[in-house]
Design a protein around this ligand. Sequence first.
Ligand SMILES: CCCCCCCCCC/C=C\CCCC(=O)SCCNC(=O)CCNC(=O)[C@H](O)C(C)(C)COP(=O)(O)OP(=O)(O)OC[C@H]1O[C@@H](n2cnc3c(N)ncnc32)[C@H](O)[C@@H]1OP(=O)(O)O
Ligand code: FAD
Length: 667
Amino acid sequence: MAFLNKEIRDGDNQDLTEERRTATFDTDKMAEVIYGSEKLARRRREISHAVSRIPELADSRPLPFLDRFEKVTEGTRKLSVLDRHLAELIDVNDNGEALHLYHEVMGMEGHPLALHEVMFVPALIGQASDEQYEKWLGRAKRREIIGCYAQTELGHGSNLRKLETTATYTPSTQEFILHTPTITALKWWPGALGKSSNYAVVVADLIIKDKSYGPHPFIVQLRDEKTHQPLPGITVGDIGPKMAFNGGDNGYLGFDNFRIPRENLLNRHSRVEADGTYVRPPHAKIGHSAMIRVRSHMATGQGWLLGHALTIAIRYSAVRIQGFLEDKSHEVKVLDYQTQQHRLFPAIARAYAFIFCGFETIRLYDQLILDMNSNGNTSGMADLHALTSGLKSVVTHFVGQGIEQARMACGGHGYSMASYISEIYGVAIGGCTYEGENMVMLLQLARYLVKSVELVKSGKANQLGPMVAYLAVADHKVNLATGPDSYVKMFQYISKRQSWKATEKFLKFMENGDSRDVAWNKTAVELTRASRLHTRLYIMETFIRRVESVTDIPVKSALTDLLNLHLNYELLDVASYALEDGFMSSNQMDFIKNQLYSSLEKIRPNAVSLVDSFQFSDMQLRSVLGRRDGHVYQNLFDWAKSSPLNKTDVLPSVTQYLKPMMEKAKL
Ligand SMILES: CCCCCCCCCC/C=C\CCCC(=O)SCCNC(=O)CCNC(=O)[C@H](O)C(C)(C)COP(=O)(O)OP(=O)(O)OC[C@H]1O[C@@H](n2cnc3c(N)ncnc32)[C@H](O)[C@@H]1OP(=O)(O)O
Ligand SMILES: Cc1cc2nc3c(=O)[nH]c(=O)nc-3n(C[C@H](O)[C@H](O)[C@H](O)COP(=O)(O)OP(=O)(O)OC[C@H]3O[C@@H](n4cnc5c(N)ncnc54)[C@H](O)[C@@H]3O)c2cc1C
């Protein structure tokens, strides 16, 4: 008989095998839904297999035992090995294959090319003119040069309008002079800036004839192409260890009146003529496109990170036997406890929801770039900016929470670096900060929601985009028993009510004499609540759309269980908004809870297979606790024995300090 869960192998832990046998769907088919195509799901497996046959691509030692210097060296070593094997391992023009290969081999702790691929090349593609493509893009794509994205400064990150680095145009030499006027103007944080990159896209305040034109992107050479020494006028280095990403060299950068030619302003959309005339872009924020790109990709990337932590926690929970249920002669798997299921299963649903939702925003971003580059059409920018601002904030926040729950669900062993969950957590929560601090970005979405409510109030509801059309819809009582649409309607009611209440509150402060900014700040918490609700509604709707589109019946059925869990969990979490004005009854509340608990029971037999379907190899997971074979205790013991502290029985520190202390005490 063909097994539905393809992970079953001889010699694996029996408890885990037992779980895999209960799968009601084919995990390969589920992987096709997760990764968007049969081809990519299959290629991922093939690539992982091919990588496992090249020993040099393996981590030379478990990463948690490496210090920072060793991590940076190890990442760079693997990159160079990978470079030799690239063409034999993947179709280099296929982004999905490339992304998988890098996740597999390089892991998540950072490496010299991380920002080159994620932001430097995309910034060139989005911002450079055809002539600049000719000069830089090919070299960048071939990796003759390595670049990063240097925007944030020591003193400013969120408020781009106040960046202090200046790029002053000098018509006599047709050059920009880049300068760092104060210590707070030092670029600070850019990934791969400190030691690896020899070029950067630098965002600086463009100044022409003493007038500031705001932040603009420039391509800047930082280091000599032969010696890799910083060029005269450039100060550059590493900012030190961080919560995670310690294989990466986030850096600082200062300019001392450093000159670059006029052609180095990335000028697809705006430019400076030889005489200093400024030509405006078609949209004021078009220079931010590299950020919108990363934000568009974040929901999927973060969903995968949550998937990593859950794969570890669910597999472990199926192997960990502790305590009793009915039969007092046998301890049970901790996965059988309702509290454990409640801790983990809604997070599985969210991981799936975020991945599906992310695929939609990636498509929207690709369409926007196509429109902008082919006919200068920027009409989709405001919508996508609002959407991705909310999405990156909500998703990173919940992913952080979900990973932390996964850690706790593994008890003491979750706290060990052997689980690798703390590393995943550190990487994931970086996303709450980078690409726009979460509160700041929620407030960006709130601007859009407030404007939308104002449109409705002024009788222009017909101008609302499809994503906010619900803000104008009349309220009707909802019967939740009629299926997903009724949950959407209830959520729409809640989200709409909060957007309206926050807007009314904001307008009231202004009517009472507060300035717009002060009124905004006095309403900010309510506004961020509106943004979160709007975003969660969008995630819910995309999840429903995706499940509806699935054709494989067993896969669809398992996904429907996950979706039902998601709908009930989400609604329960925000029910107080609808209970307070009586729109939701306490009977409905009980109904939601009962549905939720029965979803947990339905999902239980598929739990291991739902996470196996992510098809993360052991190499990619880098977790001793979460390995596919489930031999948790032997694996943990072997790992601990390999700790450098265990190389000798008596440590020099004991001989030097501890023993003399003990000897002295004896006297
Ligand atoms: C294959 C790819 C895989 C990717 C996977 C991801 C993995 C990533 C790993 C890499 C790790 C790290 C990378 C991190 C890189 C960085 O962090 S780069 C630095 C990022 N920095 C930021 O995000 C700064 C945040 N701040 C801002 O973006 C802006 O300052 C902010 C938007 C907050 C405000 O901009 P202002 O210019 O000040 O604008 P306002 O006055 O507030 O608004 C004026 C109007 O403009 C609209 N607006 C703003 N931005 C945009 C935009 N981008 N697009 C469209 N419209 C925009 C705004 O809504 C206002 O409109 P309104 O007046 O309301 O109509
Ligand atoms: C792992 C990592 C990688 C990074 N990589 C890069 C990179 O490659 N390139 C790059 O240029 N940068 C990078 N950054 C920097 C990152 O983009 C910024 O740190 C981020 O945009 C947040 O800005 P900030 O540090 O100025 O935070 P701040 O804005 O100083 O945030 C501090 C607090 O102030 C609040 N706050 C600020 N403004 C407002 C407001 N208007 N209203 C309400 N509250 C507000 C925030 O909510 C937050 O609570 C990276 C950062 C990290 C952590």
